[in-house]
Design a protein around this ligand. Structure first.
Ligand SMILES: Cc1ncc(COP(=O)(O)O)c(C=O)c1O
Length: 389
């Protein structure tokens, strides 16, 4: 089957954040939109067919997830990540961001500290701060165009924390953590009795040479790890709000399950459930084609920047469709950089400072779009930068 990832789909007016909220966030809507982390590609035809099939039964009352929902996840994770998940470990949540808050609420008290590794996806900060918990940060080290973990600092911070929120693979720096790195982090958390909340939403978007390892699968870390999983990034169905939390340790699972139950978050969305099952049972061929297209897009961006915009640097992602771009050599303040890109280049990127102070001077570029859009965006960046003396 041929999938047309080159097709430009006009998403404006569909009520999507990426285009319809441009004016609200950027003050103008005449921008090429390379921010928010969803892709501009049509979903797998198998997902559309499953949604149509669900639509054919025109009653949309309360849902009850049948065993095929859980089986779809269990078989996918076993096949793709060689991890045996049990049905009773799984809780349902509308999304991973709500799951972060649910976990913070379940496992920490207001005086507790939670550790994150910056720069990182903004809601990691919010899930801690908005619930009045103390935020600890373990800044990643950026050296020779690559990010790595400062383990001495990690242990210092973990020793004061109740929980660590891991982003694996990491948004925005694109790292797929190695077994050694995961073991090192896991052992330190175990030693200090710290719960690991492992957000693995990007786990299936892997480029050649990268292998994702679920934290809960390593050593005996399943006793301290709560894993967030979803087909939403991989299959571009974030708007269908259907995700899961996997908690092997019953003592950890109980308070989280109870909170989800009390908040009635378990019923779910009729279409989300249908899409979830279709994605995990029938989406593999589409995903292979997508990964090839994304990898070519990634390489296209890296090559273009190297050849035509040598004044900036991009970090090569090992996973996902987000590129962390370093504009610091231009010597601009964050507001001047934003003005250059938003008002002169007329493209919407996510400002690096959204991801923490260490994101200053960076921007996150979403390359999950047809190549013609990506090319146009890069040309606009080039011209805008060429105009800066
Ligand atoms: C690391 C990470 N977690 C969670 C999310 C969003 O999760 P959800 O849409 O399920 O709330 C994103 C979206 O970009 C993400 O990058």
């Amino acid at each position: 089957m041929i999938y047309d990832f080159d097709q430009v789909i006009d998403r404006r007016g569909s009520g999507c954040f990426k285009y319809d909220a441009l004016k609200l966030f950027y003050g103008r809507d005449d921008l090429l939109s390379l921010w928010v982390a969803d892709m501009d590609f049509a979903v797998a035809p198998e997902i559309t067919a499953a949604l149509q099939e669900r639509l054919a039964n025109p009653v949309f009352g309360y849902n009850f997830r049948l065993p095929d929902f859980y089986q779809a996840l269990i078989q996918w994770v076993a096949k793709r990540h060689n991890w045996q998940v049990h049905r009773e470990w799984i809780d349902n949540t509308p999304g991973i961001v709500p799951a972060l808050s649910l976990a913070v609420m379940s496992y920490t008290n207001p005086q507790d500290a939670v550790l994150i590794q910056t720069p990182v996806y903004r809601p990691f900060f919010d899930a801690v701060i908005d619930h009045g918990r103390k935020l600890l940060t373990n800044p990643l080290i950026y050296q020779n165009g690559q990010y790595r973990i400062d383990f001495d600092d990690f242990e210092r911070q973990v020793s004061q924390a109740r929980m660590f929120i891991l982003c694996s693979p990491h948004n925005p720096v694109g790292r797929v953590w190695t077994e050694d790195e995961l073991l090192h982090m896991g052992r330190i958390c175990k030693k200090h009795n710290v719960i690991i909340l492992s957000d693995e939403i990007h786990n299936d978007l892997l480029f050649t040479g990268s292998r994702h390892l679920p934290m809960a699968k390593l050593e005996d870390f399943n006793s301290i790890t709560v894993t967030c999983l979803s087909p939403s990034k991989t299959f571009n169905i974030a708007g269908l709000c259907t995700s899961v939390i996997v908690t092997p340790n019953e003592n950890l699972r109980k308070p989280l399950s109870e909170l989800i139950f009390k908040m009635h978050l378990y019923l779910g969305n009729s279409f989300g459930i249908a899409a979830f099952i279709a994605a995990y049972t029938k989406g593999e061929a589409w995903l292979s084609a997508l990964l090839k297209y994304l990898q070519d897009n990634r390489d296209f961006v890296l090559n273009f920047i190297q050849e035509h915009i040598p004044r900036i640097n991009a970090v090569k992602p090992e996973s996902t469709y987000l590129m962390w771009v370093d504009f610091r050599a231009l010597g601009l303040s964050d507001s001047a950089l934003q003005d250059l890109l938003f008002n002169h280049a007329r493209i919407a990127l996510d400002p690096g400072i959204k991801f923490g102070e260490d994101g200053s001077g960076f921007m996150r570029l979403n390359f999950g779009s047809p190549r013609s859009i990506i090319r146009e965006a890069l040309e606009r960046i080039k011209h805008a930068i060429d105009s800066v003396t």
